[in-house]
Structure formats: structure tokens, C-alpha cells
Design a binder for this molecule. Sequence first.
Ligand code: FAD
Ligand code: DHB
Length: 392
Amino acid sequence: MRTTVGIIGGGPAGLLLARLLHRAGIDCAVLESRTREYVEQRQRAGMLEQGTVDALREAGAAGRLDTEGLVHHGIELRFAGERHRIDFPALTGGRTVTIYAQTEIVKDLVALQLADGPPLLFEAEALAVEKPESERPVVRFRHEGRERTLACDWVVGCDGSHGIARESFPTETSRTYAHDYPYSWLGILADVPPSCDELIYARGERGFALHSMRSASVSRLYLQVPNGTDPGDWPDERIWDELAARFAIDADWTLDRGPITAKSVTPMRSHVHEPMRHGRLLLAGDAAHIVPPTGAKGLNLAVSDVRVLARALTELHRTGSARLLDSYSDSCLARVWQATRFSYDMTRMLHAQPNGDAFDHRMQLARLRRISASRHAAAELAANYSGLPLAL
Ligand code: FAD
Ligand code: DHB
């Protein structure tokens, strides 16, 4: 097989890149190791920045998002029995965010891709990227029991945090910066209308809890749990009791309960791989960086990378100029580090430290009180949460 841009990974980053390149008239192909059913059902993100919505519109993939997405104008912080609302439009000059599940984005992009190309191969596992320093890099992959090759002008690794594209970067010139957090999230989906109109981030001595949603009838909730937690140790009643305790405030408020349809545990970590380009091999999304989910930056960062990359490849295709491609890694990493900092700060501010340190607890409350009391501090949170500009 031969193509101009070989894309490894059919998650949101790879699928969106393929749509944007296809619309710009650039030939590409996507290799995805899993089945269509698997990638369409994988429960993950749900909060989209305005820039992410814009990118999906630009790709012609926002038909359902525009009718079913829930536009939110703020979030609520809960701590010490109090509630405090962060009003995004008032603090950011009009910005909002949209709730629309990653599963639905992937379904929309897969359907478009299968309808009018470019090629998307499921159960096609990339094994290695060869000769990334040359003019003709090659992806070796396994499909239908046979080993095959995809010869490309450019290869993009959109293969997530466990992908293989990073392995073709020389160790002497690349580096991973990593931080592991001493807790995980137990996430559930439940068939019950959300008990709130906007997302609630709650901090308490029992730990963090987040109330999100997927639709008017489906709630998505998360609980801080110790690393290594087995979801089997959390029967439904225990989850609801713990959520109710963590969201409790001094005012009258009830958490509605319903059947839990999915349960999973995700560890929290920060990873940044530098640089994001080696020769003709580029990385985008989770393949290059992971953030803890507090603040919902992962999917939005993946989409921002792809927007920058699609513009750079389009400029090369139309004018022959590699100027934007040459600045790709630096311009993405500036934004990635800002999102890494924001996710770290949100995570540290809202989670109870295991072996709870009383000083740490007081520092968290002081941060939350500052955000509640100062318009300036709240505006800083709102600007980062709703999304920093593409170019920093
Ligand atoms: P992925 O979605 O991981 O896609 C990579 C793809 O590559 C996969 O389909 C994989 O099967 C494929 N692949 C891997 N190896 C190979 C190979 N060798 N050959 C071929 N294919 C391969 N982000 C937000 O912005 N907002 C949120 O609200 C949010 N909440 C989250 C909640 C949870 C519980 C979790 C776990 C994550 C959350 N995220 C959130 C993060 C977000 O889901 C990820 O950042 C996003 O999936 C990144 O997309 P991606 O395309 O880069 O990677
Ligand atoms: C969701 C996940 C997050 O990590 C977050 O900060 C907000 C929303 C979600 O899955 O809906």
C-alpha cells in the first residue's frame, strides 16, 4: 500500500486528522488495531472546548453534535459544605463548553470515513515505523493474518499512550517527562437524569467526586479511589452512598440514583514526550502526552494538535512551504505544558492526599476560597478550563 500521510490509530486524533486532510485534498490512510465496535464503545471523555467543537464543524463532522451536544455556561465547585459557581461567559468574554461523549465523536467520524474514504482499516496493528529520517518512511503492520507495509511521505502516530510510534524516536534526542499521582478515578455511567444542570467538582476529606452527564437521561460520575482499586469491590449501593456523601452541602440537595451500566478505574498520570517530531514521523494526542482527567484536557489537546498538524500539512501541500511543519512540535508543546500545568493544579487542589496531611488540606481550601472570592482568580480558572487559544 502507498499513501501520502499514513496515520496510526483510529481514535479521535487519527480520525479527525484523516477528515481534515481528506477535505484539503491530501491522500491518507488510517490503521486501527482494534475493531470498529471496540473503538465506538470505549467510554472516556465528554467535555469539549469551543475550539474542539469548531474543529469538528470544520471537518464536516458536527451534524449530531450541533443538535445533541449540551452547551454549558459554567461549572460548580463544592468544598467545606459550600457551593461556588464559575460563570464562563462572564469571566472569559463569552466562552462556553459543550458536553458530547467521545464515543459519539468517534461514531460520527467513523461513519463519515467509511462513507467516502480515505481508507480506514480496523484490526490493522502497526508493528513499527521504519526509516522515519528518510523521504519514504514505511509503516509495517499486521492485517488479516498477514504482515504488510504502508509506504508514506509522512507518518503520524495517533496511537495513544500505549502506541508504538514513539518507539521510533531516537533515545538520545527524545525525553519523556512523567508524574504519577497517588490516586485513580472510578468512573460510572448511570441511567438516571443528572442531578445538576452543570458539572460539579467536589472536594472533601473523603476525596474528590465529579458529577458529569451524557444526556438528559444519562449521568456520568467519578470518584477518587486508591490506586489498584478493583471495581468489583464497589457494588452499586456503595458507589451511590459515597457519591452522596462527597457531594453533600449545607443546603438542600439530593443526588438521584439509577441503574449503573458501566464501571471502570483509571489511574491518574502526567506524561509529555519531547519532541513531537522526528524526521517525517509526527506524534499527536495521547501518543505524545497524557494529563490526569481533572479539567478534561486530554481529548481537547489531541484535537488541538491535529488542527495545527492539518494546517501544516495543508500548507506544505498547497505552497510547498514546510514552515508550519517545522514549528509543529514547539507550537504544540507550548500548549501541552500549559494544559499539563492546569490539569496538575486542578488535580492537586481537588483530591485528598492519601495519608492526609493537615497542612495540604488547608492549602487546598485556601486555593478554593481565593477562586470563590477573587474575580481575577476565577477568570484564570475559566480561561484555562474553557480552552486557551490554539497559538500561545
Ligand atoms: P486514543 O483515544 O487512545 O486513540 C488511540 C488509538 O490508537 C486507539 O483506538 C488504539 O486502539 C489505536 N492504537 C494503539 N496502538 C496501535 C497500533 N500499534 N496500531 C494501530 N492502532 C493502534 N479528555 C477530555 O478532553 N475531556 C474529558 O472529559 C476527558 N475525560 C476522560 C475520562 C477518562 C476516564 C479517560 C480515561 C480519559 C479522559 N479524557 C478526557 C482523555 C481522552 O479520552 C484522551 O485524551 C483521548 O482519547 C485521546 O485521543 P487519541 O486519539 O490521541 O488517543
Ligand atoms: C468529564 C470528564 C472529566 O475528566 C471532566 O473534567 C469533565 C467531564 C466527562 O467524562 O464528562
